[in-house]
Design a binder for this molecule. Structure first.
Ligand code: PMV
Length: 348
């Protein structure tokens, strides 16, 4: 017996990749393994209201509100998602969907809301599944939520849990899978357990190139195979670094990954560039700061111009001062979001 009218709520954070996912086969099967920090302050809260269809109703109605404003432009994405998950969650086709969602970070800030948004929705759907089948375990719920989130947006699979997530089959990790992400909680050095991420909003504009298009340009990319191989090796190396707490090695690997992601974009056909002069100014300032102060702060980049500064918590004050004195000026409206490693989605 399906509930007639019911609502579920959850929150889910964004995440930032350390080893990047760039290139996929159909339905978000990644071409390489990726590893990310789950964030804490940048998250989406979603309220999902479900109403059972009557016997004669065929069509699903979808309503989406973002920050209290009706946003029909999201309907096609949600419709596609619901169609895709129907095989795994047959109960969804019996409901009309009303989704109310809000982000803690500004809309069009260049911070992808697809990871937090799709993972929050996946958690709501798994709450419905638990309602229908109370026997499912919490572990199964998280795994399937990550699986469903992946179908919405690949990197969303890495937002369900924390603090470090690995997605994509990797020979070194038996439980790894292309279908969902797994948490790397064992043997993570304490230095990485409260790592900081200050996000410099260099360009808050909408993405110039969608990540779907970007992924597809890895098909037939002249360096693709070598890149996928390199990502697997970087994951192995990063797993060791995360255990040992070797920050020097961490910074080298993470910065190289960020620049490689952008190098792939610049060398695809058509080629494109998402970094701006201000991005480069920030990167140079960080290298200079690190050389003169020996404070271990490094950067990573997403598919955009914004810069994530990653550093151990004990250097928070120094890095905040650096940002206020010399980096804020490169950001749109001087905007910076201070975040840190977090624990993943929550049921409200
Ligand atoms: O999840 P998607 O399809 O938006 O891809 C995200 C890809 C990057 O953010 C550039 C890298 C990553 O691993 O998150």
């Amino acid at each position: 017996q399906l509930p007639q009218k019911i609502a579920f709520q959850s929150t889910s954070p964004s995440n930032i990749a350390l080893v990047k996912y760039w290139g996929k086969a159909d339905i978000q099967i990644p071409k390489n393994t990726s590893i990310s920090f789950t964030l804490s302050n940048c998250y989406t809260s979603t309220l999902l209201k479900l109403e059972a269809k009557t016997k004669t109703e065929e069509k699903t109605t979808i309503e989406v509100e973002l920050d209290g404003v009706s946003t029909p432009s999201f309907h096609p994405k949600i419709e596609k998602f619901l169609k895709l998950i129907e095989t795994y969650c047959p109960y969804v086709k019996h409901y009309h969907f009303a989704i109310q969602t809000k982000n803690t970070f500004p809309h069009s800030s260049g911070i992808a809301s697809s990871a937090s948004g799709m993972s929050a929705l996946a958690m709501c759907i798994m709450q419905l599944e638990k309602k229908i089948d109370p026997a499912i375990s919490d572990e199964f719920m998280l795994k399937k939520a990550s699986f469903l989130a992946r179908l919405g947006s690949g990197s969303a699979s890495r937002s369900i849990e924390g603090k470090l997530m690995l997605w994509g089959k990797h020979e070194q990790l038996n439980q790894s899978s292309d279908l969902y992400a797994v948490a790397l909680n064992k043997d993570i050095h304490p230095i990485f357990q409260d790592y900081q991420d200050s996000i410099l909003l260099v360009d808050k504009g909408q993405k110039k190139v969608s990540s779907s298009l970007g992924h597809s340009l890895m098909n037939g990319h002249p360096f693709a195979e070598k890149r996928f191989e390199q990502a697997q090796e970087n994951c192995s190396e990063l797993l060791e670094i995360l255990k040992s707490g070797n920050i020097e090695a961490f910074m080298t690997l993470v910065e190289s990954e960020a620049l490689t992601l952008h190098a792939m974009m610049m060398s695809s056909l058509p080629y494109f560039m998402l970094m701006t002069p201000n991005t480069l100014a920030v990167l140079n300032a960080i290298w200079e700061f690190r050389k003169t102060t020996k404070i271990p702060v490094c950067f990573t980049l997403d598919a955009g111009a914004n810069v994530h500064l990653l550093y151990p918590k004990k250097h928070q004050q120094d890095v905040h001062n650096l940002i206020d004195e010399s980096l804020k000026m490169y950001c749109e409206n001087q905007q910076v979001i201070h975040d840190e490693v977090g624990n993943g989605a929550e049921i409200i």
